[in-house]
Structures are given as structure tokens and as C-alpha cells.
Design a binder for this molecule. Structure first.
Ligand code: ADP
Length: 275
């Protein structure tokens, strides 16, 4: 029995229904694939580098389907107990608190497990029975099985490039999910996203996208992750709020990519020529 757990921590991941429709620019057939996966209650794996719109997509889809969304950011300490639930001590009593996965299964919410491969292996084991025909969750501490609500849906994200072999998802897990790949959008779409997200001019948006394209092609730099749409959105926001363009690009695009001073200086020079 877990005792010293803070109730707040357990309740952090609340189901959220977005009031305002989140802005999401479709870049391929992801919306229709997701709609059909939802119709068939199939779990979905969103694959792709960080900052390519996976989270925004699931927020958009939850809004479109009018379903509450519970998001869990998985990390190396995330265990099945965090997801399923635990006992806590309240005054003189010991009470059981459902974790976010159990709540989502009972309420019929969409649960989004961001970076699922980061979580401890028992998390993957715990979700298995929710991803196949059983659609049920076994709560070992209560000795109970919860049958998932008909609208419950499990969605996870995975970053194949970043994991580089050591935190791979096993084929037996991957094959339980319908997969949708995300990547850096087409330049035209990416510029449109920057304009919509930040209100900068289209001409400036195009310049930022060109910088990203250039750096993404510099594979010889060996960056773990390259310029994402998120970094461009951040740069555009800084510029829109009045920071000089070059400083904004240095801070929002170059600095997050690497700590190697030589590479930083080379990238700054390159960006200065392009904006
Ligand atoms: P991920 O979950 O893949 O790491 P996010 O969904 O958080 O990435 O995307 C980062 C940011 O990039 C978003 O907050 C949004 O501003 C922007 N973005 C990326 N792709 C899109 C898209 N297709 N439509 C709208 N915004 C996008």
C-alpha cells in the first residue's frame, strides 16, 4: 500500500474538454484515419519528432469528437500505479484514488500517453488488456477488473528518432496500435501555421521556414533533434512581441538545438544571413 502520496499529485491529470476549437492544420490523412480508428475503438500511436503537432492534433481530435482528453507525460519514473491508482491516507482513513487511466476507462475519455516508451515497462503491461478485444483494465491492488466505457480510447506518442534503440517499443506493443506518422510540415503549410499561431507576416514566416529547411538538411551537424515547428512558433512569437529578429532566432531556434559553442556560432551566422 502506498501511503505518503499526495492526493493532488494523483489528481493532477484531469479530463479536459477544450471550449475553443484548437487550431490544427492537417498535413496528410491523419484526421480521417483517426476518425475511423475512433469509430472502431482502435488504439492509435502518433509517431514522429518532438514539436511536429502530435499534441495539438490530439487536442483538436478530442474537440472534434467532443470527448474529454486526459494527457499523461510519461517519463522514466512513470509506473502503472501512477496510471491505475493507489491508496492514500486521509485523516484516519485509507482511501483508494483512481489514477488517470482508470478514470479515462470509466468515463469514456481519450487518454493521451505522451512519450509512452519513456515509461516503466509495467505501464506497457498494464495497458495491454485495454488495447485488444478485452478492452478492460485489471486493478491488481483492488483485485478488480474494470470494463472500459464504449467511448474510451487510448492514444500514445512515440519519437522513433529520439529513442535510438535504447527505449524502443517492442513489436508486440507497436502492433496493438494503428500508427500515424508526423513530420515537419510542407513549407507552405508550416508558414501558414506560423502566421495562424503568431500573427507574423507571411514573408517573415517564409524566412523562418527557410531557416528551418536549411538546418534540417545539415545532417552533418549530428544534432539529436533538428528545428521543429514548435521552435519556429517560439521564434515567431518573440519577433511578434518586438524582439529583434536575429536575437529571436538565436534564442528560440539555435540555442535549443545544441550546447556546442562552435555549432551554435556557425548556426547563428547562417541564420543571420537568412533573416
Ligand atoms: P509534439 O506534441 O509533436 O511535440 P506539439 O503538438 O506540441 O508537438 O506542437 C508544437 C507547436 O507547434 C504547437 O503548439 C503549435 O503551435 C505548432 N504546430 C505544429 N504542427 C502544427 C499543426 N499541424 N497545426 C497547428 N499547429 C502546429
Amino acid at each position: 500500500m502506498d501511503t505518503q502520496i499526495n492526493e493532488l499529485e494523483v489528481n493532477q491529470a484531469m479530463a479536459v474538454k477544450a471550449v475553443k476549437k484548437p487550431y490544427y492544420k492537417a498535413t496528410a490523412k491523419e484526421i480521417v484515419v483517426f476518425e475511423h480508428a475512433f469509430k472502431n475503438r482502435l488504439p492509435v500511436l502518433l509517431k514522429g519528432p518532438t514539436g511536429t503537432g502530435k499534441t495539438r492534433f490530439i487536442e483538436f481530435m478530442a474537440h472534434e469528437l467532443d470527448k474529454p482528453l486526459i494527457t499523461i507525460s510519461c517519463h522514466e519514473e512513470t509506473s502503472s500505479t501512477d496510471l491505475i491508482g493507489r491508496y492514500i491516507i486521509k485523516g484516519a482513513e485509507t482511501i483508494w484514488i483512481d489514477g488517470p487511466l482508470t478514470r479515462a476507462a470509466k468515463q469514456g475519455a481519450i487518454i493521451y500517453m505522451d512519450e509512452i516508451a519513456e515509461a516503466r515497462p509495467d505501464v506497457i503491461v498494464a495497458v495491454h488488456s485495454l488495447t485488444d478485444h478485452r478492452k478492460e483494465l485489471y486493478i491488481d491492488k483492488l483485485g478488480e477488473t474494470v470494463e472500459a466505457h464504449k467511448d474510451f480510447m487510448l492514444v500514445a506518442s512515440f519519437n522513433p528518432g529520439y529513442q535510438r534503440g535504447f527505449k524502443e517499443l517492442k513489436p508486440s506493443t507497436r502492433q496493438r496500435f494503428v500508427g500515424i506518422s508526423f513530420d515537419y510540415p510542407d513549407p507552405k503549410f508550416e508558414a501558414e501555421i506560423l502566421v495562424k499561431e503568431t500573427n507574423i507576416d507571411l514573408s517573415l514566416a517564409k524566412k523562418l521556414v527557410n531557416i528551418a529547411l536549411k538546418i534540417r538538411n545539415l545532417t552533418e551537424l549530428g544534432l539529436t533533434e533538428t528545428v521543429s515547428t514548435r521552435l519556429l512558433v517560439d521564434a515567431a512569437k518573440l519577433i511578434y512581441s518586438g524582439l529583434p529578429k536575429r536575437i529571436a532566432v538565436h534564442a528560440a531556434v539555435v540555442e535549443p538545438l545544441t550546447d556546442d559553442i562552435e555549432t551554435i556560432n556557425a548556426l547563428k551566422d547562417l541564420c543571420d544571413l537568412m533573416i
